[in-house]
Ligand binder design. Sequence first.
Ligand code: ZN
Length: 95
Amino acid sequence: MRTKLVIDNVALSDHNEELGLYQFIVTFTDRSKARVFMRRDPEWKVSSVNRLLNIPCTICRKDYYCKCFEKHAPDIENQLVEGEHIQGALASKAQ
Ligand SMILES: [Zn+2]
């Protein structure tokens, strides 16, 4: 069973700077995607992770909604915060 999700790419989807709320579309190296809701308060925190249904879940293989990615929210948050993903997504939006 696969448990390790590795972030490949992050794109800003929606944001409200006043409230510090951000939505990112995160693509993983296994091609799965998730919509990630984050707060900047001022530390970045993941508030929820919703897997997109572009491919079956790479963890449990379900083709429908499951909680796998939500369970990995702390890991996803670590990768987002420690990598340059968020800065990169915000910078490409500003261009
Ligand atoms: Zn799953």
